[in-house]
Ligand binder design. Sequence first.
Ligand code: TRP
Length: 358
Amino acid sequence: MNMNMEKNKDKKVVLSGIRSTGNLHLGNYFGAVSKFLKLQDEYDCRYFIADLHALTTNPDPKMLHESVKNILAEYLAAGLDPEKNMLYVQSDIPEISEMYLLLNMHVGIGELMRTASFKDKARKALGITSDSDEIEKEIIGNQTNQRVNAGLLTYPTLMAVDILIHHADYVPVGKDQEQHLELTRRFARRFNSFYGVDYFGEPVNFNFGGEALKVPGLDGSGKMGKSEGNCIYLIDDEKTLRKKVMRAVTDEGPKVPDSPVSQPVANLFLLMDLVSDKEVVDHFRKAYADCSIRYGDMKKQLAEDLLKVTLPIRERILDIRSNDELLAKVVKSGAERARAYAADTLREVREIMGIRKI
Ligand code: TRP
């Protein structure tokens, strides 16, 4: 029964997905993609574009399609080698949709409703600002609640299927996705115990060794993120990037030597740590400590050093993005390889569940 798991014995399977909404930003790049590059020889790496997950927020069809192509081009431009990494589009694997239906039979609507990401999205859709845990009642009582669609509720089932259909060992995801990963393990255990099999393993987050890297945004608050509107995108042109950096939030500047660094300024130093030479960072840290710092100069330097990273990638994105033939070839080959694994798992899951040929 464990045929599918046997296949990958030589290398552990690493799997991750990205929702196709918008473009890749520096947070995605430093937090995920650049790390993926280091895994490609040692692990069996599989990355996909989660366009079905993107549907849960009802995107415009044309935008959704564009977004899938953009992210694919950006993955390739950032250096993911489609020979070494399996790259595919989620919706190209129909086995995922079928297994999603099957796994849903073992998922409780209560546990889905208690998922943090669902509550957040439901609150947003309904315009509820309070943190109240009455959200379940609000949803059921709301007359126009097609705004909170069933796909949004079953998002974690779909994600669990993405992972389990590959029998993935490691799933590199950010903190915000850890609850989904926990649910995946719970569904796997539940499936095994209900059918009395030892079929699914329990996937874990990938620890890249050391602390999770934090890529801050430009608005002086927390992490860089699409929904926060504080992003630098790999596709940003020179002018746009410079403008964004020059407008980044700072403070009034240190008044006395060795002042503590405020959050917005600490964020700029963190970004500098990622892209600038050590001497450059040291220079500005010293200038901060002795109060001679001029944030304008620091930002100019930061923009310069950011551009050194992003502009070559931007060039490649534009190149690849205009090559439909290449994009089609990559996803076709990725889908073929992914489907080979997915079909085996689906066949075995159907067999275990009793969906058998007459
Ligand atoms: N939910 C993930 C996110 O928003 C994307 C995703 C979908 C994913 N399926 C996955 C990530 C499977 C890892 C594994 O970031």
